[in-house]
Design a protein around this ligand. Structure first.
Ligand code: AMP
Length: 268
């Protein structure tokens, strides 16, 4: 093609590119202005797979995953007033007070990155928190629209929690057996060598959570069974709960999650 014709076709492509971009922006602005946000909740016991599946949903839908556990750990590590209040309960595997987490979430969901919606992870965990969330959302004519409830047998949870390693910056989680980091090496006793437990993407060191122990798990599970599972009844009435078999290998759980989020799977 002659140079002039090439330049013309390049210009045309650029124009189409900018037209598409402008159209996408118009659509996004319209969506932000008129439609309620997509408000999802990941529901499940510690180790059920919320932290593993959440990033796939974020990647697919572009919605931020709001983990109250991550936010509280961040506050503890920076020694903020919130962190100081939360520290003791968290270390023992107990819940922090409702007012603390309700306060964090009510501020967080007003941030600009929540404009099209958000994924709640680890909140609400009590009836009082669920009621406070409902009230908060009603003020803007919104409500939770989809709950993915991960069901996993308790013996599986223990193995998952006690072998879990986390990456602080991203919240990515690994497991010595089910999802080892690429760099992992084992010693003669088949125990992972700490210096080799590094994040696949950044190479940074992974860590084990202080409450990912057998003893703290007992308290965490009893709170989950007594205080948190009753919330499913609260939301079941609205027909927004989709149950996921979270005991399967990661890829199979991801497929169920994608199906549960698709329109085909929705009841109208
Ligand atoms: P997670 O990372 O979701 O397992 O949360 C870690 C810890 O943070 C929990 O064991 C609680 O101490 C605290 N926490 C997180 N979310 C909540 C919540 N919604 N209500 C009360 N405590 C919470």
């Amino acid at each position: 093609m002659a140079a002039a014709a090439l330049a013309m076709s390049y210009k045309q492509e650029q124009r189409e590119h900018y037209d598409t971009k402008a159209e996408l922006k118009r659509l996004k602005d319209k969506y932000d202005y008129f439609w309620p946000r997509k408000i999802m909740m990941l529901f499940g016991a510690p180790g059920a797979g919320k932290g593993t599946q959440g990033p796939n949903i974020t990647k697919t839908l572009g919605l931020p995953q709001l983990s109250t556990g991550d936010m509280l750990r961040e506050a503890v590590s920076h020694g903020t007033p919130l962190g100081i209040k939360a520290q003791e309960a968290m270390a023992s595997g107990s819940l922090v007070t409702d007012d603390l987490v309700i306060g964090i979430i009510s501020d967080r969901i007003q941030e600009p990155d929540c404009g099209a919606g958000f994924i709640l992870d680890g909140f609400p965990r009590t009836i009082a928190q669920a009621e406070a969330l409902d009230e908060l959302l009603i003020q803007t004519g919104e409500r939770v629209n989809l709950i993915l409830a991960f069901e996993v047998p308790e013996d599986v949870l223990e193995e998952r929690i006690c072998g879990r390693w986390m990456h602080k910056g991203s919240g990515r989680s690994y497991h010595v057996k089910f999802n080892p980091p690429k760099a992992m090496k084992l010693d003669a006793k088949q125990v992972p060598i700490t210096g080799t437990m590094n994040d696949d993407e950044t190479g940074e060191a992974l860590y084990q959570r202080a409450d990912d122990t057998k003893s703290a798990l007992v308290k965490r599970l009893s709170d989950y069974n007594n205080l948190t599972t009753p919330l499913l009844d609260h939301y079941d009435k609205a027909h927004i709960v989709k149950r996921i078999n979270g005991g399967l290998p990661i890829k199979q759980v991801t497929s169920q999650v994608m199906l549960a989020m698709s329109k085909k799977h929705m009841k109208h």
